[in-house]
Write a protein that binds this ligand. Structure first.
Ligand SMILES: [Zn+2]
Length: 448
């Protein structure tokens, strides 16, 4: 709550005061990284950049960008020396690019600063602790018994109900809508693709929309078609936020709906070209993030694989926190099944594949009853082990897709980026089944 109070105040500070706070925190992080993190000590020594040379966000480009491949390769060298293990939380990314990743973060960074940012972001939507919420996301099946209990308790205390988007189908959606209406939540949040499955169902079936005060979407890009569908069905303008498993909420739309304000007190966010050099405001580039509170496994100039640009000028809301334009990347298509299931791309996260030894995957729905899953193994495999891996992946997907869809698994060396969007990891060539004429193009409307 102390972190939240600070953020509530600093959001109204003038830009130079925020920059000063950011620079102070950046210097603290860089000195810590040099003193305690083997990877960065080596990097700064090798590149001849002493820690004292990096004073402001602009100086950060003296260091190279940290890719997910780097994190995978040097993960033990990225953890700070003598950092108490019990203060570190292991996390796995949802693999929104089809590439799972294991990382560590400190409890302080996640539980204090991360949650404070989330609470401030929700305040912008008019949502406060104690307000009832429905979150449309994917339930974590891989949780241990105790972490599942913990999540359930947190949901109970925060008056949050989880709707598992993995179970959406023509037969379950009427119940989903009824449950949401009965709960009368102040906040409806979740992946845009999953919320749009609900919204589309409400629109097409003509049943009344549940009343909600605010809609906050995240985890994927929010496309214009999705924005107008949500506005039309629920009667309020959705607010988009930009977050990641590694860093929690990074940026959030305000009520001016003119870009996403970066929480610049806690992050340095850069938009860079392919060589890692910052681009001009208004120019598109890759989003690179430095979390100024992560001392356990500092990720400095961490390449998110997302694309955006900085918005010029001042925001009508009066905050001088820098703004990102809508984030591109982290997206995919809705998958339909013959019996009427509708699966958000988020139903196919790569996180579950880490223990199986999958480095990257892509799912392509060729026809209504056939999908091809391509997997790149973490190491080179013998023919036998490749077969075992294929069988394990197939078994995993059968539980999500059911037996009505034939699943073909191909173990491959690499996956070509698609011309439509290089980050798509769930691709459907199938239109929405003919029973819903008005939504025939839904599968394609997701592509920008
Ligand atoms: Zn604003």
């Amino acid at each position: 709550m102390r972190c939240l109070r600070e953020l509530e105040e600093s959001q109204w500070w003038p830009a130079d005061r925020i920059q000063q706070l950011q620079s102070d925190r950046l210097q603290r992080l860089i000195h810590h990284a040099y003193a305690r993190v083997p990877y960065y000590r080596r990097l700064m020594d090798d590149s001849g950049v002493p820690p004292g040379r990096i004073r402001t966000a602009a100086d950060l480009s003296l260091l190279p960008v940290l890719t997910k491949a780097d994190v995978r390769e040097y993960s033990s060298d990225l953890v700070a020396d003598a950092f108490p293990r019990r203060e570190l939380v292991e996390g796995r990314t949802g693999g929104s690019t089809g590439e799972p990743l294991v990382f560590y973060s400190s409890r302080e960074s996640r539980s204090s600063h991360g949650i404070a940012r989330t609470l401030r972001a929700l305040e912008w939507a008019g949502i406060y602790p104690g307000d009832s919420r429905v979150v449309v996301a994917r339930r974590r099946y891989s949780d241990s018994f105790w972490s599942a209990q913990f999540r359930r308790t947190v949901r109970l205390l925060s008056r949050t109900t989880l709707e598992d988007c993995a179970g959406f189908s023509d037969s379950s959606l009427p119940f989903v809508v009824r449950r949401i209406a009965r709960l009368h939540p102040r906040l409806l949040s979740g992946y845009p693709s999953a919320l749009c499955i609900i919204a589309e169902y409400i629109r097409d079936s003509g049943i009344p929309s549940p009343e909600v005060k605010a809609i906050v979407v995240g985890g994927e890009a929010l496309f214009d078609e999705q924005r107008s569908l949500l506005r039309e069905v629920f009667g309020c303008e959705p607010l988009s936020k930009y977050s990641s498993y590694e860093n929690f909420d990074i940026a959030m739309e305000c009520n001016a709906h003119a870009g996403l304000h970066v929480a610049a007190e806690d992050f340095v966010v850069e938009v860079v070209d392919d060589d890692g050099r910052p681009v001009e405001p208004g120019q598109q580039g890759r989003v690179v993030v430095t979390n100024l509170h992560e001392f356990g496994m500092p990720l400095i100039r961490y390449d998110t694989d997302d694309e955006s640009s900085f918005v010029e000028g001042v925001c009508a809301c009066g905050r001088s926190l820098p703004r990102l334009s809508p984030i591109l990347g982290k997206s995919g298509h809705v998958i339909y099944t013959p019996s009427g299931k509708r699966l958000s791309p988020r139903s196919f996260v790569a996180r579950d594949f880490v223990p199986l030894g999958v480095r990257r995957f892509q799912l392509v729905q060729e026809t209504l009853d056939h999908v091809t899953v391509r997997v790149v193994p973490s190491d080179s495999l013998s023919a036998d082990r490749a077969q075992d891996l294929a069988a394990a992946v197939k078994a995993h997907y059968s539980s999500t897709l059911g037996t009505e869809v034939e699943i073909q698994v191909e173990v491959v060396d690499h996956i070509e980026p698609t011309p439509a969007g290089k980050h798509l990891f769930v691709i459907s060539k199938v239109k929405c089944p003919a029973s819903r004429d008005s939504s025939q193009t839904q599968g394609q409307a997701q592509i920008p």
